[in-house]
Design a protein around this ligand. Structure first.
Ligand code: NAD
Length: 724
């Protein structure tokens, strides 16, 4: 774990390797420092890592254990380092993240390689730097810079760290030699000015305002996640309290976060995201045996809301792109939209130049000519959600594209197998479901059809990774995973309006839970016409609806015509300036409650003899969230998602589910499945005409089996698949 090597007497080098057992590193560090302290031959100490990295910060397993039980002992070792009468120099190569940076802050000097990164990412895992980091960093670099690093968890490169004052010297090479040289140079010099615990935080005239503004900012952004707020409180303690009391406060806040459950949820998400890369399908295909084909040139068909964002993501990742539209006018509109999206990021893309519209056509080409798609390695179709149109396009692609090219559809819900049936290469057809806005949202659902080959899945996953997205492999069914679970959630939200709520009450409850946007604000943003078109396509409303169908029933299922009535009134959401809310003008974003809508709801209830009742927040949350979760259990049982982690990753990166609650399935496990089941039973008894409220057989089975931990759920699923 740690070599105590007097390779360069009188400087002793403590070279450590971070292993999974972090406490062994902490113990070894302690022994090394103590030994150096009492050895009269030692005049100075250099601490460095092995294999060119100061800390194995990338391995969260080590990271999380250092956060938890070992923090107090790490803190005391850092104190020991700082108290040492012999100068201790940190030689930072690779990364010094989290606890490792705290060790470096305990050293008297810090030398870093030019390519080294430093940071305190604890906040992103629901914690704070709990080994003195929140007290030493503000003393070293001042409160504003320390707040920025500690509350965001961002990593900075050595040059930035030097500017901030975190490190003392940057080396292009031989960092350890430079540290040894420095250690020799400063040996015998007084150390008190280098001990951060003895320093005062630099006072600023507007310190109170800085701290309170930071608190307001993090509270606004955190949507219920506690760690950023606790980070601010800890930094505040560094300003207001002497060092030892500040440390006590840091420990207290750290323990509070540890016991909140949020750290566990955030760490679960970290692992779930990694696990999603290790995909399997119910037919046994897996990431282990399928390799991705190289993709150099991608074609995108349709430059509407989605296509333009997809093109932007591809160009940002330096891929060669051909973008195709149906007519000149649409092509020009689409090209302008892509150009403006790219312009905003041009400074980060030197290869495309300052004028994306004039960039090399080998990189980005706009066309109306299908034959240009001939040599594309992969095509992403993003035209209207219309099966006949999609089949026509896939038929054409199948004839035009070279035999090896992969054909992807961005459909939100349609049957991948039916689309693939229009081609002569169904094994190369796959769903790549991006989320809006596609140049921002991280998620891509990768939907394999019955014939999709493992290579096609691996290639689509590889493409997602190349363009910085998170791909999650799912099976083919209406709405796949994300939208299938969204349907009962949105349905409940509308039923709640029928029964007495206003849109704002429902949204407030779900935004209070931590969603970015409540269901009605989300629907207004996405456009109410999208769902309307889909319902017309399914014959739930519009000309295909059988005459005499009762307004609020489809078969024996409860149905709410409210969203259809809004669309019939031209209320499509933000784009028309009216939807579930009103907006200052079409396209404006601030949602204001609309008295017209409230009166409309009153008239609607009167017409259908519905007696409005007060519905509390608990009922709103339970009905919306538990029905969504219930569908998730059904999806697991059907084998559409291969495990609960995949569902959670989809919800966090595609639907704005609050990360600190770990995704819907993790959340269900924290609530306890028996409680979810009992509530669903209660609500489904009260609403027997809502089949989606009836508890899934899989949920019932898991409760019957004694509420096993989430990791064990899939061993009981009807449709078993495992990533092992
Ligand atoms: P959109 O209406 O904004 O854009 C569709 C574009 O396709 C239009 O620009 C249209 O001119 C073009 N087009 C139509 N027929 C064409 C043809 N024959 N050849 C070339 N171009 C043609 O639609 P959108 O919102 O971007 O949705 C596209 C697809 O993505 C749909 O399948 C939709 O379900 C799916 N999707 C949409 C969202 C969303 O939030 N909008 C999210 C995920 C997936």
């Amino acid at each position: 774990v740690l070599n105590y090597a007097s390779v360069h007497p009188p400087v002793h080098l403590l070279r450590y390797t971070v292993v999974q057992d972090i406490s062994a590193v902490v113990r070894a560090l302690e022994q090394g420092v103590k030994k150096a302290d009492v050895d009269p031959a030692v005049k100075a100490v250099v601490i460095c890592g092995t294999n060119g990295t100061f800390s194995a910060g990338a391995d969260i397993r080590g990271f999380s254990s250092i956060q938890a039980g070992d923090r107090p002992s790490l803190a005391s070792v850092i104190d020991l380092i700082e108290r040492s009468e012999k100068p201790v120099v940190a030689a930072i190569e690779g990364m010094a993240l989290g606890g490792a940076l705290e060790v470096a802050l305990g050293c008297h000097y810090r030398v870093a390689h030019a390519q080294a990164w430093v940071g305190l990412p604890e906040v992103t895992l629901g914690l704070l730097p709990g080994a003195g980091g929140t007290q030493r960093l503000p003393r070293l670099i001042g409160v504003p810079a320390a707040l920025d690093l500690i509350t965001t968890g961002k990593h900075v490169l050595a040059a930035e760290a030097l500017k901030l004052g975190i490190i003392d010297e940057i080396m292009e090479e031989n960092t350890i030699d430079a540290a040894i040289h420095l250690a020799n140079k400063v040996s015998g010099q007084p150390l008190n000015s280098r001990r951060l615990s003895l320093k005062q935080v630099q006072s600023l005239p507007n310190m109170d305002a800085i701290l309170s503004e930071a608190l307001v900012k993090v509270k606004k952004q955190a949507r219920g996640c506690l760690s950023p707020e606790m980070c601010v409180q800890a930094v505040k303690a560094s300003v207001q309290l002497p060092f030892t009391e500040g440390i006590r406060k840091e420990r207290e806040l750290f323990n509070l976060l540890l016991s909140s459950g949020q750290a566990k949820a955030l760490q679960y998400v970290f692992f779930a995201q990694r696990a999603a890369q290790k995909w399997t399908t119910s037919s046994g295909a897996s990431w282990k045996t399928a390799s991705a084909q190289p993709i150099r040139k991608v074609a995108v068909i349709g430059l509407g809301t989605m296509g333009r964002g997809i093109v932007t993501s591809l160009v940002k990742a330096k891929m060669s792109v051909v973008a195709l539209e149906q007519d000149q006018k649409q092509l020009e509109v689409g090209a302008r939209a892509v150009t403006s999206l790219l312009e905003r990021e041009a400074s980060k893309m030197p290869w495309i130049g300052q004028r994306p519209d004039a960039c090399d056509p080998a990189l980005l080409q706009f066309t109306l000519d299908f034959s240009v798609l001939q040599d594309a390695d992969l095509v992403i179709e993003a035209v209207f959600e219309d099966m006949a149109l999609k089949k026509e396009i896939f038929h054409k692609l199948s004839a035009i594209c070279k035999p090896g090219s992969f054909l992807c559809t961005n459909t939100s819900a349609l049957d991948i197998d039916e689309i693939a049936s229009a081609t002569s290469r169904p094994h190369q057809v796959i769903g790549t479901h991006f989320f809006s806005p596609a140049h921002v949202m991280k998620l891509v659902e990768i939907i394999h059809g019955r014939h999709t080959s493992p290579i096609t899945i691996a290639t689509a996953m590889g493409l997602a990774k190349t363009i910085g997205k998170i791909g999650v492999v799912v099976g083919n069914c209406f709405g796949f995973v994300g939208n299938r679970m969204m349907a009962p959630y949105a349905e409940q939200a509308v039923f709640l309006l029928e029964e007495g709520c206003k849109p704002k009450e429902v949204d407030q409850a779900l935004e209070g839970f931590g969603f970015n946007l409540g269901p009605f604000r989300m629907l207004d943003l996405a456009g109410l016409d999208v769902g309307w078109r889909s319902r017309k396509g399914q014959g739930l409303t519009g000309p295909k609806l059988a005459p005499g169908t009762p307004a609020r029933l489809r078969g024996r299922r409860r149905y709410s015509p409210l969203p259809d009535l809004l669309c019939e009134n031209g209320r499509y959401g933000q784009k028309t300036g009216r939807g579930w809310y009103q907006y200052e003008k079409p396209g404006a974003r601030i949602a204001n409650p609309d008295p017209w809508l409230h009166n409309f709801l009153i008239r609607y209830r009167d017409a259908h003899h519905i007696k409005a009742r007060f519905i509390d927040e608990e009922e709103i949350l339970e009905r919306c969230l538990y029905t969504l979760i219930n569908e998730g259990f059904q999806i697991l049982d059907d084998g559409i998602a291969s495990d609960p982690e995949d569902i959670d990753v989809i919800y966090i990166y595609g639907y704005g589910w609050p990360k600190h609650r770990g995704g819907p399935m993790f959340y269900a496990s924290t609530i306890g499945l028996p409680r979810i089941l009992a509530k669903l039973q209660k609500y489904s008894e009260a609403h027997p005409d809502i089949p989606r409220m009836q508890p899934s057989a899989f949920l019932k089975k898991l409760v019957f089996l004694g509420n096993p931990p989430l990791k064990e759920w899939m061993s009981h699923a009807g449709h078993q698949s495992s990533k092992l």
